[in-house]
Design a binder for this molecule. Sequence first.
Ligand code: KIV
Ligand code: ZN
Length: 396
Amino acid sequence: MAKDKLIIFDTTLRDGEQSPGFSMNTDEKIRLARQLEALGADIIEAGFPIASDDDAHAVQLIAQQIRRPVIAALARCNPADIERAGESLRPAERSRIHTFIATSDLHLERKLRIGRDTCLQAVTDGVTQARGYTDDVEFSAEDATRSDIDFLCRVVETAIEAGATTINLPDTVGYCTPEEIEEFFTEVRGRVSGADRVVFSAHCHDDLGLAVANSLAAMRAGVRQVECTINGIGERAGNASLEEIVMATRVKPDRLPYTTEIDTTQLVRTSRLLSELTQEPVQANKAIVGRNAFAHEAGIHQDGVIKDRRTYEIMTPADVGVESTLVLGKHSGRHAVKKRCEDLGHELSRFELDRVYREVIALADRQKSVSDDDVAAIVGRVVSAAPAVVAGEGVA
Ligand code: KIV
Ligand code: ZN
């Protein structure tokens, strides 16, 4: 089956960076942007230039230094924001202005305090102004999934007429289920004239833990760009996680026939760099990049994985850039201990292995897991204390 290209729009440096605990200085942003380039993100949203001089400066430096991906900058639909974004992006090889305005009645009435006609005018003016800087203009209807659908369709048509090339319909407050998102995109794409001239994009938040599922559902409705972040960071509960979306397409090509440019062996490195730069640990059981994502501690699982990894793994650790994965803990079996000793260069007799195994389990009872250094120390003690191999006893 021919596969469609899925555009990966990374917003770690914008939606992710603006959330509590994840701010980065300019050097840190550039380091992360370089790694996002190595990872193969198609578009890097580098910041929101009107928010601060630092943000504008970081966008400018990223636009200067990161040459392969498209560099995007966020701007509300107003002249000052768009001018700031356009100027910050000047050095870019390829740039995108991402302009947005809220479209739900709740946001229009209570937050922006404007009517629908004013909103439509701002869309026309904002997109037209942005096209003066670049041919690549994305329009987002903030709170799209809680907007009146008739009005939203008018907004989208207005943005397309004014020259938007990508239409992003965010689930800003993470309110939808996958079925709703699929119906929503199907309806908007079906009703709006000019829909075939633009790329539709999903931007799902994780307030109900459904951001990735919703992004995948949006693809079924013809969406070909997903906005996502490393480790799923972002406002409140975060955005859809890039690593989860990409690996879902790799592991299930029959259900999700999309190609991406992502080099999946860079996923864990990128996740760890973000965690190091922000000093925010990744939850141990986080899918794909968590410390335990490929850890097998229970004896039965370790035995299975040693015999054939596919017994307990749907992707290999190497696919995402992880090297060693068998964690020795109090549930480990003799097989796992023997394998770790062999990996560390020790061929033990059955007698030695028995003693090493007992010591490893005893140590694991006292501390959470047993490191390679611990194993090496135990082996050293056991081997130096062990009597000569008993006649007839082979290697275990
Ligand atoms: O969640 C959201 O609606 C956004 C837009 C600014 C794209 O982040
Ligand atoms: Zn968002």
